[in-house]
Design a binder for this molecule. Structure first.
Ligand code: NAD
Ligand code: 3PG
Length: 387
């Protein structure tokens, strides 16, 4: 099996692959791709490609809809880098409150001067700040990162209020009971001294933080964006900075416009860049790829349904990706029955308009049966794994 690496992937993750795998950035016609933030929208996809694993959370760099049409499973690694981002958000809030960056730059400028200790004592008041304890933090998006940020901020003495109209039961369980929930942005933003954004970039959230949303914010708010640059409308942001609504904008996504703006602290996308997080993401992504290539199991996909039949023990497993419409499964099983093949076990799962069927057979399926399955209307891809 050939795994193409589109970004630098932690070697600990690559160790998950045994000697039957080849991993490299130079591979052609891969069976699977491992990627971090490399933009894949304009890259060609070879017909053999079965899976793309994003070692991280955001999948806006991957053409997910096109992959679905081609029967390519797209995975991500939910939560694997959440702690790293949480620590960075806390750092961002502190950098926005205390002028550590200005102070350090000032001290560097004293190189070669006499009486440095005396000078810093005389001028330190230029870099004084405020504390985060006792301030109110609004968290937009209570997923893997938002929950960790909310709980950590609460334990540092902040009042925390969150908003997430699609919050999962799992995330809600993890949220501290002291965190209040709002039912709209308007219900959480007016009282917030700090706002932090933890939603994915998609059609709904592009330009989400716009002029109307800035108008809901308290004057002097400090805004953290460790999600994606495009979630914040930059024209509206610069106006809000000009009007004193935003006191500091801390972003992990600098662009040409943001590199040197007044009141903007721009960080070079370091949220997930820790040894621990890079290992967690790479290991999880590699395990998910292996399980899919070797057993056909789907865990943590962002386009196909979760479906797991464990390790393949029977002679043959047939995997069918198809539209979620009536009569497909019955046609597939009839084709199997026609050849007197016995289905020992099966699983069928759907997600929106896509479905996935796994069939464990007592004997090997012949090529003609597999081709007949491929010809069923609504079938996207058929793959077979032999033990
Ligand atoms: N800076 C970095 O290095 C870094 C690292 C990891 C993730 N990220 C970004 O952070 C995002 C969130 O990561 P995560 O791991 O918490 O993902 P997640 O899927 O666990 O959480 C996202 C949450 O946003 C909520 N949401 C979706 N639309 C919303 C809306 N319109 N309003 C409010 N809430 C909404 C979802 O219900 C979900 O709970 C990623 O999609 C990625 O873009 C950045
Ligand atoms: O969505 C993510 O997981 C982050 O933005 C991390 O991106 P990276 O893997 O390129 O650091």
């Amino acid at each position: 099996m050939k795994i193409k690496l589109l970004n630098k992937i932690s070697p600990v993750g690559l160790n998950v692959f045994d000697e039957t795998y080849e991993t490299s950035d130079a591979i052609e016609n891969p069976d699977a791709i491992m990627v971090r933030s490399a933009k894949m929208h304009d890259l060609p996809r070879n017909p053999e490609l079965l899976a793309i694993a994003r070692a991280g959370a955001g999948v806006n760099n991957i053409p997910v809809d096109a992959c679905s049409e081609e029967g390519i499973v797209v995975f991500n690694t939910p939560g694997a880098n959440a702690n790293a981002v949480k620590e960075m958000v806390l750092t961002g809030m502190l950098l926005a409150s205390r002028d550590v960056i200005g102070g350090v730059e000032y001290v560097r400028g004293l190189e070669g001067q006499d009486g440095v200790a005396k000078l810093v004592e005389a001028n330190k008041s230029n870099f004084a700040g405020t504390e985060i304890q006792g301030k109110t933090l609004a968290v937009i998006g209570l997923g893997a990162i938002g929950v960790l940020v909310a709980n950590a901020a609460h334990s540092l003495g902040m009042d925390v209020i969150g908003y997430d109209p699609y919050v999962s039961v799992n995330a809600a369980w993890k949220l501290s009971r002291s965190i209040e929930h709002g039912d709209s942005l308007a219900s959480i933003l007016p009282q917030a001294d700090f706002v932090t954004i933890h939603v994915p970039l998609n059609d709904e959230t592009k330009g989400y933080i716009n002029q109307d949303v800035f108008a809901m914010m308290k004057k002097g708010v400090k805004l953290m964006n460790f999600s994606r640059g495009e979630i914040v409308d930059e024209e509206a942001l610069l106006k809000a900075i000009e009007e004193g609504i935003v006191d500091k904008y801390v972003t992990d996504f600098p662009n040409e416009k943001m590199v040197n703006q007044r009141n903007v602290i721009a960080i070079p996308h370091l949220g997930a860049s820790t040894e621990e997080s890079e290992e967690n993401c790479a290991v999880m992504a590699a395990q998910q790829i292996r399980d899919y290539l070797e057993n056909g199991n789907i865990v943590n996909s962002v386009n196909f349904p979760a479906c797991d039949m464990g390790v393949l023990k029977l002679p043959c497993r047939v995997l069918i990706m198809h539209r979620n419409v009536p009569k497909i499964v019955s046609q597939l099983t009839q084709l199997i029955a026609r050849e007197n093949l016995n289905i020992s076990d099966m699983n069928n799962r759907s997600r929106k308009d896509l479905a996935y069927t796994m069939l464990d057979l007592d004997s090997k399926a012949d090529a003609a049966t597999l081709d007949a399955m491929r010809a069923v209307e609504g079938v996207i891809r058929v793959r077979v794994i032999y033990k």
